[in-house]
Design a binder for this molecule. Structure first.
Ligand code: ADP
Ligand code: MG
Length: 490
């Protein structure tokens, strides 16, 4: 095994003995973790200093540093202690940070400029010995980019009140050029099913890649899991990292499906590495970061630290516009197809649920028209879309929604509501939330107690009675509760 040349750094105090020890430590590590893991993570690790029982090791990127720190720190320490028992601590540093004492981080150097020497010996060719270029198909191979739908572009995305902000932010991301300062990172878009998240994310991907400025990679959370996990399993973690270097914008759809502790740790590292390197990250999910229950607090706060935008339900006007746009597209393939405005208005009024149902409704009319040659009439529409019309049943209120809305109203966090804190500014909102949970949902008292941080049902009962008693006398509170109810039911 050859020794990596050690960087010349001032104030490095090392004896030959230390170098010898380092060689043996590396041999130990290699024996413990295996050749592949060793060359993925440790090949570019250098010994910088050993003094007063502290071993200072350097790696070329922050990503490597945090990965080793969280996955291998103890093992590295143990290997050192087996060599020199006075070693008490390991310190990991990023090499460029040692060489340049400037305080200004140089984000670009982190992911792009990192040397590729460690990639030698990786037989799969992905990123071996050269930095990835933006258009390199290896990037997609290594990461398994998810397939894109050619119809989901900005041009076909109709903007209305509920999605103006999300669309503007998405356009901004897609138009940004290499090296532009990143305005909000990550961009986190959340909305219910069928409200245009995937459409917007794929639009970013198409537009960004067409501009050929920054490579945009679109992945579903499942693909992300599969890409990373399989990269690790096949021991091409380094190739994976090389591939990540080629990406300017990472787009992850349906983050709520990200499962499993280790996947989340990997996601956290990737997120941090990309954001720290000034790369844009865009995420869509069916819920806000605060409600991604299974995610680590740190990841959640990192996600909430960028721009979080919600897209609301599609209003009737927006539905009508979407339908018109769809008809126009359909007409370009099927020239004879036409849907009279009253029919479109009827569908926009009655098919209220989401964009997918709108598309389904039109597809049926189109199919009917094509198969029978009959032109589209209101009668046909009524018959064809009947099962897509949902009765205007009162909205089902969820306990999470209650907690979210109440927390927002009283300016406390949702975790405050679930916590055991007993300060007045938390106790009252918590009681209000429990009261609403009892009156607006069909959940039992024990169930509500459980959803409020594991409280006893008697606590819930007490809260409900308390608020019931108060609203009779306290007009302001009664009004607050009315407003909350309306927000939850609209
Ligand atoms: P989500 O990912 O949020 O579940 P999608 O992006 O898959 O929803 O949207 C569902 C369908 O509705 C798609 O066919 C999409 O093109 C359409 N759609 C949703 N919002 C819009 C919009 N603002 N303009 C045009 N089409 C939309
Ligand atoms: Mg989607």
């Amino acid at each position: 095994m050859s020794v990596q040349p050690i960087q010349q750094i001032e104030n490095k105090k090392m004896s030959n003995d230390d170098d010898e020890s380092w060689l043996r430590v590396k041999a130990r590590l290699r024996a413990e973790v295996g050749d592949d893991v060793f060359s993925s993570w440790f090949a570019r690790m250098d010994l910088e200093q050993l003094s007063d029982g502290v071993v200072r090791l350097s790696v070329p990127t922050r990503f490597l540093k945090s990965w080793i720190q969280s996955h291998y720190a103890e093992r590295v320490l143990a290997c050192w202690q087996a060599e020199q028992d006075q070693v008490g601590r390991i310190e990991l540093i990023v090499r460029s940070a040692v060489l340049k004492t400037t305080m200004q981080p140089k984000p670009k150097a982190e992911l792009i400029g990192a040397s590729s020497e460690g990639a030698r010996g990786f037989g799969n060719g992905v990123g071996a010995g050269r930095p990835m270029s933006a258009g390199d198909p290896g990037v997609h191979e290594a990461l398994g980019g998810s397939p894109l739908d050619a119809r989901l572009t900005f041009d076909s995305f109709v903007v209305g009140r509920s999605n103006t902000l999300a669309q503007a932010a998405a356009r901004q991301v897609a138009a940004a050029r290499r090296g532009d300062p990143v305005m909000f990172n990550p961009l986190y878009i959340h909305a219910g099913v069928g409200l245009g998240k995937t459409h917007l994310l794929q639009a970013i991907t198409w537009a960004g890649n067409a501009a050929n400025e920054r490579k945009v990679l679109y992945l579903t959370a499942e693909k992300f899991m599969y890409g990373f996990v399989s990269a690790l399993r096949t021991q091409t973690a380094l190739a994976f990292k090389e591939a990540l270097r080629g990406i300017g914008v990472l787009v992850i759809d349906d983050l709520q499906f990200l499962q499993g502790k280790s996947t989340q740790a990997e996601f956290c590292h990737t997120l941090n590495a990309l954001i720290d390197a000034g790369r844009q990250v865009v995420i869509a999910s069916d819920r806000p970061p605060s409600e991604l229950e299974s995610l680590d607090d740190r990841v959640r706060s990192r996600l909430a630290g960028g721009l979080v935008v919600e897209m609301g339900t599609l209003g009737e006007e927006l539905r009508l516009e979407i339908l018109k746009a769809r008809v126009n597209t359909a007409r370009s393939h099927t020239p004879g197809f036409d849907v009279p405005l009253p029919v479109l208005t009827y569908i926009a009024k009655t098919v209220t649920h989401n964009g997918r149902d709108l598309e389904g409704a039109l597809n049926r009319l189109l199919a009917h028209n094509k198969l029978t040659g009959q032109s589209v009439t209101l009668e046909m529409a009524e018959r064809e879309v009947r099962d897509l019309i949902r009765p205007q049943e009162p909205k089902r209120v969820k306990i999470e929604d209650i907690q979210r809305v109440v927390a927002r109203q009283y300016n406390v966090s949702r975790s405050d509501l679930l916590s055991s804190r007993r300060t007045a500014n938390v106790v009252r909102p918590r009681q209000v939330a429990m009261y609403l949970a009892k009156t607006l949902t069909l959940r039992s008292l024990p169930e509500i107690g459980r959803r409020f941080g594991g409280r006893d049902h008697t606590t819930v009962l007490h809260a409900v009675r308390k608020i019931e008693g108060l609203v009779g006398n306290d007009m302001a509170l009664a009004e607050e509760i009315e407003i909350l109810k309306r927000q939850l039911q609209e």
